[in-house]
Ligand binder design. Structure first.
Ligand SMILES: *[C@@H]1O[C@H](CO)[C@@H](O)[C@H](O)[C@H]1NC(C)=O
Ligand SMILES: *[C@@H]1O[C@H](CO)[C@@H](O)[C@H](O)[C@H]1NC(C)=O
Ligand SMILES: *[C@@H]1O[C@H](CO)[C@@H](O)[C@H](O)[C@H]1NC(C)=O
Length: 350
């Protein structure tokens, strides 16, 4: 029912799209086996993903990376560790590499864009009726490979959905997720100035949870928009990032620009000041933008207007070039007040 408008819209733009396979990860089940079905269904693609991912880590550093990965793994919470060990066992890939890939964002969010082309656009918009819409394009190098391992996951507890996310087979963290009826979160890369070896050393010596694990942990434990924003702003994160949060009530939308230790800036929606949307790509919003994604999204949002803005309007914004570009792996529209929208409005670009 919800799918039809999206497909209709996309067909009219002559792009080919498909929906990602959907899984349930049962949090009541043994963590070691939880991801078995996801891994089983993607076995053919995994060696290619691992081989390609290695290109993002300078070759001389690779032994160090796998070594760090195998060391930090023991500091992860037990369930996280067991999930990663289960994935390694099921896929037959070395544990150090599985852990290394799971922390790749954290160790690679450094200032060499051409080496690691992670993009992403996140948008929160509020219409005149006070409904909140969260839009997200995930852009990444390795686009073709990632399209083949993109999965939509409902994380279940006691038989109901505790939270949902779009992620990739092999990855246990979440960079795009929803706590139904409460809030949604998406992460965009923010480039820091440090070098990968410094970052690895800090990772090793002052160990903290990788950001994708942290976001999943927030979704799992925080019941309200306020608590999620507060925690996402204050917790020491390993990597600088932009975190966009959308809620269910008026003005519940925030763009958090993160340094490692705390928020550099928290920018909320404010209908009374006519700030009815927030757009983030990969640049500080108070600084010059490196490309036209943000300005294009803003132009489109203004053109559509807040009066009748809805999930289909958000699809339109996300589908406009260069907001949508040849690195875009998938797009999602999330309306936390109507949890079913996320599943119906998540699609992979082919
Ligand atoms: C993705 O999967 C399709 C179908 O199995 C395959 O033809 C294609 O080569 C894969 N793409 C990449 C980049 O591995
Ligand atoms: C799940 O059920 C257990 C046992 O009945 C209960 O202790 C726990 O609070 C429930 N958790 C949730 C999230 O509902
Ligand atoms: C994406 O498009 C840009 C600009 O058109 C081009 O330079 C680049 O090679 C393309 N990348 C891929 C992966 O196709």
């Amino acid at each position: 029912m919800l799918l039809l408008p999206v497909l209709f819209f996309l067909i009219t733009t002559a792009s080919s799209t498909r929906t990602p396979p959907k899984y349930q990860i049962d949090l009541n089940e043994d963590p070691f086996q939880r991801w078995d079905q996801v891994i089983q269904d993607h076995l053919d693609y995994l060696p290619g993903v691992v081989a390609e991912s290695k290109k993002y880590i300078p070759k001389p550093l690779q032994p160090f990376v796998w070594w760090v990965a195998s060391k930090v793994e023991r500091y992860f919470p037990t369930e996280t560790r067991l999930e990663l060990e289960g994935i390694a066992a099921k896929s037959g890939l070395p544990l150090g590499e599985i852990v290394g890939l799971n922390i790749l964002y954290d160790i690679a969010a450094f200032d060499r864009r051409h080496v690691f082309g992670l993009g992403c656009t996140s948008i929160v918009a509020q219409n005149s009726a006070g409904q909140i819409f969260h839009g997200r394009n995930l852009d990444y190098d390795m686009t073709g490979l990632l399209k083949n391992i993109t999965v939509y996951v409902d994380f279940m507890r006691n038989g109901s959905v505790l939270y949902s996310g779009v992620t990739f087979a092999l990855y246990t963290g979440v960079l795009t997720g929803q706590r139904p009826g409460a809030y949604s979160v998406s992460l965009n890369a923010r480039y820091s100035g440090a070098y990968i070896d410094n970052i690895l050393m800090e990772f090793y010596t002052k160990f903290n949870l990788p950001v994708s694990f942290f976001i999943r942990d927030v979704l799992e434990k925080q019941e309200s928009y306020e608590d999620a924003v507060s925690l996402l702003s204050k917790t020491h994160l390993f990597s600088p990032s932009y975190i966009i949060v959308a809620g269910t009530k008026k003005n519940e939308g925030a763009l958090i620009s993160r340094n490692r230790w705390s928020a550099a800036n928290v920018y909320p929606l404010d209908m009374d000041a006519n700030h009815w949307f927030l757009v983030e790509t990969n640049y500080d919003n108070w600084q010059k933008q490196g490309d036209d994604r943000r300005i294009t999204a803003i132009r489109k949002l203004k053109q559509l207007g807040k009066a009748n803005f809805n999930e289909k309007s958000m699809v339109e914004v996300l589908s406009t070039a260069p907001v949508q570009n040849n690195l875009t792996v998938f797009s999602s529209v999330i309306v936390p007040a109507r949890p079913e929208v996320f599943d119906g409005f998540t699609w992979i670009w082919d």
